[in-house]
Design a protein around this ligand. Structure first.
Ligand code: HAM
Length: 424
């Protein structure tokens, strides 16, 4: 038997792992789309692959995402392509390429698959899905706050209560270079005690040691210098304005000095939202920040950017952990149960008419047994069953059973056909 690729999964109508059920995904997507409209974000869809340089020039050659996790391959014309590990850089690429600045579009949202070759575990997959938003425009702390509010509202609308917003400011490139030198000086005496990954980062990207998951690295990092000490007055004020804005919208936050994020394009505000219910190691629900130089680095106008992405799998897992997924499955309005071949013919026509009238309807075709018909109707969460046998054909009066209350009523065919049966 052929199998799915390791680290990928199917989303199916019914599954023991509830987060893989398609109605749960539809529920997430419909809440996310409605909210995006409220905040003025329009949908953008980009290809799942890009020229590799879109990512090496944005996320950074030294980032784990590019260095270790990207699915990169050569196509038949020997061009280096990569499956997208994230969407910020592709959206910026598309913005430039489609001249969206001229069209005055500056707020985008997306839903789609991303690919990272990483160690598989609960909440971490090789094909996973992000819902995200990117906003291009003047550098204004209000935009940071508004976009974070969008993400926090999404979690709230999905019923998540146990989330925590962690935020930090990482200044600009020069500040980070100075900070990196200070970190190098601090960590060098501990070189032999650091994990192999952090030893490598000591020369390549010392900031990344700060978000190492290794216990010993974390212990050593506790007394490391903090980036806040290096921020210029302008950047400190910008960050304070963001924090003030969050407070004014009643968004609780925790300043996390070690939060640096794994992608190189960020500056100033960076943030992550973690699940505080037990999701195991993969508790980062979403994250993002400001990326003012990225558009220019990718050959576009010098336009600041801000955005976030949230992993749909992790949000659904959290919703299950917090019992907020509920019953999102929707059965048909009507299940037609014929009790004889002649009534089946009639039911078949009735089904067609109901559908044309905008009511969802399904026909019981397995047999002519009422009991089995009703149990199937319940299984598929039908709202009402329409039962038609020889007697009903003769009298032209059907039996209609409401499957939640079990109440029955008789209704003349003519009334059904006039579309006068409404779901109550
Ligand atoms: P990121 O933090 O790399 O940011 O990913 C965002 C979210 O995607 C994570 O918080 C997590 O929920 C989910 N995620 C990441 N990797 C995996 C995985 N292997 N399996 C399951 N879920 C995963 C970005 O991607 C940035 N582009 C966010 C951004 C947008 N920054 C500015 N704008």
């Amino acid at each position: 038997m052929t199998q799915r690729v390791k680290g990928a999964f199917d989303v199916i109508p019914e599954c023991l792992e509830k987060w893989r059920e398609s109605h749960a995904w539809q529920h997430f997507e419909s809440v996310a789309r409605d909210l995006a409209a409220l905040y003025g974000f329009q949908e953008i869809r980009t290809p799942v692959f890009e020229y590799t340089e879109v990512f090496t020039r944005s996320a950074g050659e030294e980032s784990d995402v590019v260095l270790k996790e990207m699915y990169t391959f050569f196509d038949k014309a020997e061009r280096s392509l990569s499956l997208r590990p994230e969407l910020t850089a592709p959206i910026v690429r598309a913005y430039i390429e489609n001249g969206l600045q001229q069209m005055k579009c500056d707020r985008f949202f997306y839903i789609g698959p991303c690919f990272r070759y990483d160690r598989m575990q609960k909440g971490r997959y090789r094909q996973f899905h992000q819902f995200g938003a990117e906003l291009f425009g003047p550098k204004d702390p209000y935009l940071d706050v508004e976009t974070i509010h969008f993400l926090m509202q999404l979690y709230k609308k999905l019923g998540l209560k146990n989330t925590a917003l962690k935020i930090n400011s990482i200044g600009d490139k020069e500040i980070r270079e100075e900070f990196a030198r200070a970190l190098q000086a601090y960590f060098t005496p501990f070189t032999r005690e650091l994990s192999p990954d952090s030893q490598r980062r000591l020369t390549s990207n010392p900031l990344r040691i700060l978000d190492s998951k290794d216990e010993r690295d974390r212990e050593i990092a506790k007394n490391a210098p903090q980036i806040a000490e290096f921020l210029t007055p302008y950047r400190r004020t910008f960050f304070e304005d963001v924090l003030k804005g969050l407070s004014s919208l009643d968004i609780p936050y925790v300043i996390e000095p070690s939060l640096v994020r794994g992608l190189d394009y960020y500056c100033d505000t960076v943030f992550e939202v973690v699940a505080t219910t037990d999701l195991g190691a993969q508790n980062a629900l979403g994250g993002g920040g400001r990326y003012d130089g990225l558009m220019k680095d990718l050959g576009g106008p010098d336009l600041p950017g801000f955005g976030f992405a949230t992993g749909i799998e992790r949000v659904l897992l959290s919703m299950i952990a917090e019992n907020s997924l509920g019953e999102t499955k929707n059965g048909p309005d009507f299940y037609l149960i014929p009790l004889s071949p002649a009534s089946k013919e009639y039911c078949f026509l009735l089904m067609k008419i109901l559908r044309e009238e905008g009511k969802s309807a399904l026909l019981h075709t397995k047999n002519f047994a009422l009991k089995k018909g009703l149990s199937d109707a319940s299984d598929i969460l039908a709202k009402k069953a329409i039962i038609i046998g020889e007697e009903e054909l003769k009298t032209q009066i059907a039996t209609i059973k409401c499957l939640s209350t079990r109440a029955e009523e008789k209704m003349p065919f003519s009334k059904i056909l006039k579309n006068s049966i409404l779901i109550t």
